[in-house]
Design a protein around this ligand. Structure first.
Ligand code: KG4
Ligand code: ZN
Length: 376
């Protein structure tokens, strides 16, 4: 079975082909990511209309490159999968329209994928395992993502039940899973997502967009114990997060420093902020592992590319006697690869293809039943 995954929920236009012959594990045949970082950099954040326009321009080349690298044509596909929620509405609609058109033209079934759930499926990807070499390819003129695992191991279907943390620019969620497609939400952020806090602190420190990877780079040069920043705790909700107090504490600390001092202590502020953010994530991971008795914990989402977080999480979970599973570094962000792999598990679980009235949603299915309104 060959599945094409398409992702356009935010500022990456991505497509990938995942192929399985006899179930899991299959082979990731291609993974193309066209990042829009340069496009949005001068605005200091993602501009939805620019993002949608770039998706429309790039989708044909990204999808045809994914098919070329995989050595197949659209008619050879067995299924097409696309992110339909959560994310920027105008961006989601681009990928959906393209995927819907391709499904109609080829007569192949279309599967609707929730981006947050697909992040967990990215942990199944194993570029050093039976899949062989990592096929991850950046589009021409772009910096390729870091490769390899750094630590942890890929997830396997035999690991379930598991618990997981999705840490991205729009979400900070704790979930438990009975199977790759059966999720229960147990914690979320009450205000900012952790990636959003990284991006904001990057901006406050005058680092380039996006803040996350640049704060990590700066933090390597600083002392994580230089400043004590607060770790948000929600009384009575041990699995929920809060990052706005941490962000504001960094803002006030910097506001009290003369400009020259800000430049001199930039690495110390970055390291101290990163250390507090990591402590909050590790603290909840340990709590969830203790309370559920999970032997396997999954860390995923764009922030999971942070090496300091990966290693702190690995150490803490090892002390709990639990294993840490993570996506390879190149697959922590938004990729068509995670969409295709998640769709494989959806199909294996007998999910029905999307109906003709399929629509994009800004909120994850995980919140739909709870009636919450955390954004993409
Ligand atoms: O999952 P993702 O690519 O997109 C969303 O679904 O939001 O996550 C993007 C977020 C951004 O906030 C970005 O700054 C953050 O992940 N991020 C990082 C790192 N790489 C990306 N945060 C901390 N350290 C990193 N190395
Ligand atoms: Zn994401």
């Amino acid at each position: 079975m060959k599945i094409l995954g398409i992702e356009t929920s935010c500022d990456e236009t991505s497509a990938a082909v995942y192929e399985t012959e006899r179930g899991f594990p299959g082979t990731l045949k291609s993974s193309i990511v066209a990042s829009q970082t340069l496009l949005h950099a001068r605005f200091g954040g993602v501009v939805p209309e620019l993002s949608a326009r770039a998706h429309i321009e790039r989708l044909p080349a990204v999808v045809s490159e994914a098919l070329n690298v995989a050595g197949c044509r659209a008619v050879d596909l067995d299924a097409i999968a696309v992110t339909v929620r959560p994310g920027l509405l105008s961006a989601l609609l681009c990928g959906m329209a393209y995927a819907r058109g391709l499904a109609m033209a080829t007569g192949r079934p279309l599967y609707a994928v929730d981006h947050v759930k697909a992040h967990v499926a990215s942990a199944f990807l194993n570029p050093t395992g039976p899949d062989g070499d990592d096929p991850s390819t950046a589009m021409e003129g772009q910096v390729p993502a870091a490769t390899g695992m750094s630590c942890g191991r890929p997830l396997s279907p035999s690991d379930f039940p598991v618990s997981a943390l999705v840490a991205s620019g729009g979400h900070t969620l704790l979930v438990t899973l009975k199977s790759p497609v059966d999720f229960e939400l147990i914690g979320t952020t009450r205000d900012d997502a952790v990636g959003e806090a990284f991006d904001k602190v990057g901006q406050l420190l005058g680092l380039p967009f996006p803040g996350g990877p640049n704060v990590e780079r700066e933090a390597k040069l600083g002392d994580p114990a230089a400043f004590r920043f607060p770790i948000g705790v929600i009384r009575g909700s041990p699995f929920d997060f809060s990052f706005s107090g941490l962000k504001t504490a960094v803002l006030y600390k910097l506001a009290k420093m003369p400009a020259r001092e800000v430049r001199r202590r930039r690495a110390d502020v970055a390291a101290s902020f990163q250390s507090a953010a990591i402590s909050a994530l590790v603290d909840r991971a340990v709590k969830v592992v203790r309370s559920t008795g999970s032997r396997v914990f999954v860390l995923c989402g764009g922030v999971a590319a942070n090496r300091a977080l990966r290693s702190a999480m690995a150490d803490a979970l090892a002390r709990e006697g639990a294993s840490l599973c993570m996506p390879p570094l190149a697959y922590c962000g938004d990729t068509g690869a995670q969409v295709a792999v998640y769709a494989y598990f959806l199909i294996a679980a007998g999910a029905a293809p999307a109906s003709a009235d399929l629509d994009a949603e800004t909120v994850s299915e995980l919140f739909a039943s709870a009636g919450s309104a955390e954004g993409g």
